[in-house]
Design a protein around this ligand. Structure first.
Ligand SMILES: Cc1cc2nc3c(=O)[nH]c(=O)nc-3n(C[C@H](O)[C@H](O)[C@H](O)COP(=O)(O)OP(=O)(O)OC[C@H]3O[C@@H](n4cnc5c(N)ncnc54)[C@H](O)[C@@H]3O)c2cc1C
Length: 399
C-alpha cells in the first residue's frame, strides 16, 4: 500500500474543456492565437510591473498593435458574419493575461471606432476609420460623468450648443479609458436647444479640452482612465456624428461593445483558472501536490465549470448577433452572466493559491482585482439584469 495518490491518466490542462473553439472559422482562430502568443510570451512577463506602477507604455503597445494589425478588417465587409465572434475572442485573449489591455483595445476598437462606424456618415467613416484601423490614431469614448453613470440616458449633463458651423461643448466625463493621451474622444452631450443627445469626434488638442489621470485605482491599474473637462470646446459641425440624433444611437454602440465585455469576463476567468490549475500541480503540502486534495479539486472544478459555461454562452450570444444584428438582451445576459461568474472564478483561484493568491508574482491577484472593473463597466450587474428582466417579462423595472 502506498499513500501516493493514484493518477490514471495525463491531466487535461486545456481550459476549453468542451472544445468550443473547434467551431470557429479557421482565420478567426488564427488571429486569436497570434494575439495569444504576444500576450503570453511578450506581455505576461512585464504585466505585473506595469500594473504595480500604474504605468501604461503607450508607444510600445501602440507599436505592437500596429505589428499585430488586428483591426485591418474592422468594420469592413470582410468581417461580415463573424465580427462579434472575432472581436469577442480577441477581448478574451487580451483579458486572459491582462484585462487592462482588453480595456485599452476595446475602448479604441469597440467604443470609439464603433461610434464612428455605427453613427458616422459615409464621409466620416472614410476619414476616420482607416487611421484608427492602422493605429495611426488612438481613440476613446466619453459617456460617463462624475454625477451620472448607469442613468446617463436621462441624466447626461454635458452640453452642446450650436453657433453657426461650430458646436460649443461644456461639461465633465469620468473614467474615460485612454483619454489622457489619445488623439480623439467621442463625446456624448445634450443639445441645449432641444435636449437631444448628440455625439462628437473631439480632437484632444482642441482648446478647452483637458484630461487628468485618475489615481488610486485598485483594478486595471495599467490602463489609464481620465477625468475629462470640456470648457467651451469648439467642435466643427462636420465632426458631429451625423447619424446620432438621440440616445438610441449611443445605445447601439453600447450593445455592440457589451458582448466584448462579456468575453473579457471569460478571458479573465480563464486566465485565473489556468494559473490556479498550474499552481495546484506544483505546490505541495502534507507531502503531496495540493491538486490531489478533494477540496482543492472542488475549487478547480467549479472554476472550470464556470469557464466552460461562459465560453458557450458568450460564443452563442456572439454568433446569434452576427446572424441577427445587435440585440440588447443577448449582450446584456452574456455580460451579466460572464461578469458574475468571472468574479466567482477569480475568487476561487485566489483562494486556491493561499497566501500567494494576494501576491502579484503569481498573476492571480491582478486578475482578482481586475475582475472588479469588468463587473462594473459596460452596464453594472443590476442594469444588465434589468435589461434582460424587461425582455423576458415585458415589464420595465427601470424607474
Ligand atoms: C475601469 C473603468 C473603466 C471605464 N471606462 C469608461 C470609458 O472608457 N468611457 C465611459 O464612458 N465610461 C467608462 N466607465 C464608466 C462605467 O461605464 C460606469 O462605471 C458604469 O456605467 C456604472 O456607473 P457608475 O460607476 O456611475 O455607478 P452608478 O450608476 O452610480 O451605480 C452605483 C450602483 O447602483 C446600482 N444602480 C444604479 N442604478 C440602478 C437602478 N436603476 N436599479 C438598481 N441598481 C442601480 C448600480 O448597479 C451600482 O451597483 C468605466 C468604469 C470603470 C470602472
Amino acid at each position: 500500500m502506498t499513500d501516493t495518490p493514484r493518477r490514471s491518466r495525463a491531466p487535461i490542462t486545456t481550459s476549453d474543456f468542451y472544445d468550443w473553439f473547434s467551431t470557429i472559422p479557421e482565420q478567426v482562430n488564427a488571429e486569436r492565437l497570434k494575439l495569444r502568443t504576444f500576450m503570453s510570451e511578450e506581455w505576461e512577463p512585464q504585466a505585473n510591473a506595469y500594473w504595480e506602477q500604474a504605468a501604461f507604455p503607450r508607444e510600445y503597445l501602440v507599436g505592437k498593435m500596429k505589428e499585430l494589425d488586428l483591426l485591418r478588417d474592422k468594420y469592413t465587409p470582410a468581417r461580415a458574419g463573424s465580427a462579434t465572434v472575432s472581436d469577442g475572442l480577441l477581448s478574451m485573449e487580451f483579458a486572459r493575461v491582462d484585462p487592462s489591455l482588453a480595456t485599452f483595445f476595446g475602448v479604441h476598437a469597440g467604443l470609439c471606432m464603433g461610434s464612428i462606424a455605427l453613427c458616422g456618415s459615409d464621409e466620416q467613416q472614410a476619414e476616420w476609420l482607416p487611421p484608427l484601423r492602422r493605429w495611426d490614431m488612438v481613440g476613446a469614448f466619453g459617456l460617463t460623468e462624475p454625477e451620472v453613470g448607469s442613468g446617463v440616458a436621462r441624466g447626461l449633463t454635458t452640453t452642446c450648443r450650436r453657433e453657426g458651423d461650430t458646436w460649443v461643448l461644456n461639461g465633465q466625463k469620468k473614467w474615460i479609458g485612454n483619454s489622457t493621451w489619445c488623439d480623439i474622444v467621442i463625446i456624448w452631450a445634450r443639445d441645449e436647444a432641444d435636449q437631444s443627445v448628440k455625439g462628437f469626434i473631439v480632437r484632444t488638442t482642441l482648446d478647452g479640452y483637458s484630461a487628468e489621470m485618475m489615481g488610486g485605482k485598485i483594478a486595471q491599474r495599467t490602463v489609464h482612465n481620465g477625468l475629462i473637462t470640456l470648457r467651451n470646446v469648439r467642435v466643427a459641425e462636420r465632426d458631429r456624428l451625423q447619424n446620432a440624433t438621440s440616445f438610441a444611437a449611443t445605445q447601439r454602440v453600447l450593445v455592440t461593445a457589451r458582448c466584448g465585455t462579456a468575453w473579457q469576463g471569460v478571458g479573465c476567468a480563464m486566465g485565473a483558472y489556468e494559473y490556479a490549475l498550474k499552481y495546484a500541480g506544483e505546490r505541495s503540502q502534507f507531502g503531496r501536490p495540493i491538486a490531489g486534495f478533494q477540496l482543492v479539486q472542488n475549487m478547480l472544478v467549479k472554476m472550470l465549470g464556470n469557464v466552460t459555461a461562459m465560453i458557450g454562452l458568450a460564443l452563442r450570444a456572439s454568433e446569434l448577433q452576427d446572424q441577427l444584428g445587435p440585440r440588447d438582451e443577448l449582450s446584456a445576459l452574456a455580460k451579466q452572466f460572464c461578469a458574475a461568474r468571472c468574479r466567482e472564478t477569480v475568487a476561487l483561484a485566489r483562494e486556491a493559491l493561499g497566501g500567494n493568491g494576494i501576491l502579484l508574482e503569481y498573476h492571480v491577484a491582478r486578475l482578482f482585482a481586475d475582475a472588479e472593473a469588468i463587473y462594473s463597466y459596460e452596464g453594472s450587474n443590476e442594469i444588465n439584469t434589468m435589461i434582460v428582466g424587461r425582455a423576458i417579462t415585458g415589464h420595465s423595472a427601470f424607474v
